[in-house]
Write a protein that binds this ligand. Structure first.
Ligand code: DAT
Ligand code: MG
Length: 142
């Protein structure tokens, strides 16, 4: 059996609003393990790598600005099915559409800033998790 891991980030809006503990509480209550965790100021280089798939999108520079607005908390979570499991817990990308009960639905909203601020990131596939984890935790063995 292979252990599944996902990269979760509490984004600057979540950190600023005091939601680190609530996100961790939900992950731990769900039963996923936290393998690694750190608070850091994301660099432009890290974010360009992390969000490479969005480089050509019109919102890309806004996204970099949002993600460097303050510290983030990156973590690696572990558990069978945790990639899809955390995506379900996070809810839809747009916090207005994210259903109540989800992290984004409960903890996020549209602030009228013109950009999507949605509290958390979660890897969307095994390939994404394997690509993303070393960006934030270069010291971890894969
Ligand atoms: P998710 O974070 O749900 O995986 P994504 O990978 O499509 O969503 O996008 C990454 C981030 O980019 C997302 O959390 C917020 C921002 N974003 C996505 N689509 C956007 C859009 N249409 N307008 C503004 N920001 C957007
Ligand atoms: Mg994504």
């Amino acid at each position: 059996m292979t252990i599944e891991r996902s990269l979760v980030i509490v984004k600057p809006d979540g950190v600023r609003r005091g939601q680190i503990g609530e996100v961790i509480r939900r992950i731990e209550t769900k039963g996923y393990l936290i393998d690694a965790l750190r608070m850091l100021a994301a660099t432009d280089d890290q974010l360009r790598e992390h969000y490479a798939e969005h480089e050509a999108k019109p919102f890309f520079l806004d996204l970099l600005e949002y993600m460097t607005d303050g510290p983030v908390v990156a973590m690696v979570i572990e558990g069978s099915g945790c990639i899809d499991g955390f995506r379900a817990m996070a809810g839809a990308t747009n916090p207005t559409a994210a259903v109540p009960g989800s992290i984004r639905g409960d903890l996020g909203r549209d602030w009228g800033s013109g950009r999507i601020e949605n509290v958390v990131h979660g890897s969307d596939s095994v390939a994404s998790a394997e690509r993303e984890i070393p960006i934030w935790f270069p010291e971890l063995d894969s």
